[in-house]
Design a protein around this ligand. Structure first.
Ligand code: IMP
Length: 423
C-alpha cells in the first residue's frame, strides 16, 4: 500500500503544495498528471521561496524523482525558465526530472488564442496560459507532443497542419497578429534540444519505479470543481483533475493506486468566473481574503471567497473515492464569532444533493447553512489537535462526520511545522 494520489476537492488553491511538500519524505517519485503552467504554488524551503508551476515540489528534496506526465500540457519555454530558476537557487535538476515524450506542447499560438477568447464574448477567466486550446488541439489529434520537439521534420509537419487554419482564425476572426511557423520553429527546436535529456516514456518509467517498490505520489493540480467533466462547466479548466486523470495522465493503472487523499481549505475560494453558491461578497469576504492572502500565485488575481460548501465537497469525495483529507488554513477563521457551513442546496424549494449541471440552475441555488461557533483564539502554528480550542476541534470533526472521511492533517500556517499530523 504505497502509492498515493493527492487531489484538490474545491476550485484549486486548496494548499496542495504545502501538503505534498510535507508528505514528500515518505515518497520517492512525484508525478504530475494534468494541467500545465496554469497551476502554481510557492514553497518555502530552506529559507528560500520557490515558485513552481510545472515541476512537482519533490524536486526540492534531494534524491527524489519528478515526472511531468503524458496528461500534462507543457510550455517548453516556461519549463526551461523554471529549471533555470531552480538551478540558480542551488537546486540540482538533471537525472531527477523526466518529461513524458507524450506530453502536449503549449504553442505560443495557443496562448494567443486563449487570451483572444478571453477578450471576446463569454470569457471564463482563464489564466491565459493556453491550457484550453492545447487540450482542444490534443483532442482534435492536432497537437504537438514533446517527442516532436526533437524531430525537425515531424515538428515542421505538425506545425504545417496546425498553424494555417489557426492563424487564419487568429487574424480574421480575433483580429490578432498571427504568429507564423517560421517565428516559432527554430525556438521550439532549440527548446527541444535543451529538453531532450529529460524526455522519456514516463508511463513505463513510473510502472518500473512502482515495480521496484518505490513509493509514488501523484500530485493533482487545480481541483475537482474545475474538472472538465465534473466541475462547474463551462467555468472549468480543460483537464481531468479528478481521480480518472491520475490514471490516464500518468499511465499507471488502478492497481498501482493505493489511496487517494483530498485537500480541502477550511473555507472556499475560486479564481475566475462561474458559479460559487457560498460566495461572500461582503466585508467578511474581504476580511477572509486579506487574512488568508487569497491572491492567485499564477496571475495575482484576487480570489473570490466564501463559506465551506459541504455539499460540493461530498460530491468531490464520492467522485474521487477519497478516504482521508488534509484540511488547510484553519487559522484563517480564527477571528470569526460564527462560522457558516453549507449543508444543503435548494432550487425553487427542491432539495439538491449535488451541484446541478446547468449554469442557470447553479446560479439559482440557495444554500442552507448550519452555524457553528467560532473559537476567536489564535491557532496559528498549533501543532497538536488537543491544543486547538474546542470549537476548532468541533469544526474539524463536523467536516469529517459530514463527509465520512478522516482528517489526517490540519494546517495552521504556511510553514511546514505549522501542521497538526495526529488527530
Ligand atoms: P485555465 O486552466 O487557464 O484554462 O482556466 C480555466 C479556469 O480554471 C479559470 O477559472 C481559472 O481561474 C481556473 N484555474 C486554472 N488553474 C487554476 C489553479 O491552479 N488554481 C485555481 N484556479 C485555476
Amino acid at each position: 500500500m504505497s502509492n498515493l494520489v493527492v487531489l484538490g476537492l474545491q476550485w484549486g488553491d486548496e494548499g496542495k503544495g504545502k501538503i505534498v511538500d510535507l508528505l514528500a519524505k515518505d515518497f520517492d517519485v512525484f508525478v504530475r498528471f494534468q494541467g500545465g503552467a496554469n497551476a502554481g504554488h510557492t514553497v518555502r524551503f530552506a529559507d528560500k521561496h520557490f515558485a513552481l508551476h510545472l515541476i512537482p515540489s519533490g524536486i526540492l528534496h534531494p534524491g527524489k524523482i519528478c515526472i511531468l506526465g503524458n496528461g500534462m500540457v507543457v510550455d517548453p519555454f516556461a519549463l526551461l525558465a523554471e529549471i533555470e530558476g531552480l538551478e540558480q537557487q542551488g537546486v540540482a535538476v538533471g537525472a531527477n526530472l523526466f518529461l513524458s515524450d507524450r506530453a502536449q506542447i503549449v504553442l505560443p499560438q495557443f496562448q494567443l488564442l486563449d487570451q483572444a477568447r478571453e477578450e471576446g464574448a463569454g470569457p471564463i477567466g482563464t489564466t491565459g496560459r493556453g491550457i484550453g486550446p492545447t487540450y482542444e488541439f490534443k483532442t482534435s489529434r492536432l497537437g504537438v507532443r514533446a517527442c516532436d520537439l526533437v524531430h525537425d521534420k515531424a515538428l515542421r509537419e505538425r506545425l504545417g497542419m496546425i498553424l494555417p487554419p489557426l492563424n487564419f482564425l487568429l487574424e480574421h476572426y480575433y483580429k490578432k497578429k498571427p504568429i507564423p511557423a517560421e517565428a516559432v520553429l527554430g525556438k521550439l527546436l532549440e527548446a527541444g534540444s535543451k529538453l531532450k535529456g529529460y524526455l522519456a516514456d514516463t508511463c513505463e518509467l513510473a510502472r518500473s519505479f512502482s515495480g521496484m517498490g518505490k513509493r509514488i505520489l501523484l500530485e493533482g493540480a487545480q481541483g475537482t470543481l474545475l474538472d472538465l467533466d465534473h466541475g462547474t462547466y463551462p467555468f472549468v479548466t480543460s483537464s481531468t483533475c479528478t481521480i480518472g486523470g491520475a490514471l490516464s495522465g500518468s499511465g499507471l493503472n488502478h492497481r498501482d493506486i493505493h489511496a487517494c487523499m483530498g485537500v480541502v481549505k477550511a473555507y472556499t475560494t475560486r479564481v475566475g468566473l462561474g458559479p460559487f453558491p457560498t460566495e461572500l461578497k461582503d466585508a467578511l469576504g474581504e476580511k477572509l481574503r486579506a487574512r488568508g492572502n487569497e491572491f492567485g500565485t499564477t496571475t495575482g488575481r484576487p480570489r473570490r471567497v466564501g463559506w465551506l460548501d459541504l455539499v460540493a465537497l461530498r460530491q468531490a469525495v464520492r467522485l474521487n473515492g477519497v478516504e482521508t483529507i488534509a484540511l488547510t488554513k484553519l487559522d484563517v477563521l480564527d477571528e470569526l464569532s460564527d462560522i457558516q457551513v453549507c449543508i444543503r442546496y435548494r432550487e425553487h424549494g427542491t432539495e439538491l444533493t449535488s451541484l446541478p449541471a446547468g449554469e442557470e440552475s447553479m446560479d439559482r441555488l440557495v444554500g442552507e447553512y448550519i452555524v457553528l461557533p467560532g473559537w476567536q483564539q489564535n491557532t496559528c502554528g498549533v501543532r497538536a489537535f488537543d491544543d486547538l480550542p474546542r470549537q476548532a476541534r468541533d469544526y474539524v470533526r463536523f467536516i469529517e462526520d459530514f463527509l465520512k472521511v478522516r482528517a489526517v492533517l490540519v494546517s495552521t500556517g504556511p510553514r511546514r511545522e505549522e501542521t497538526i499530523t495526529a488527530l
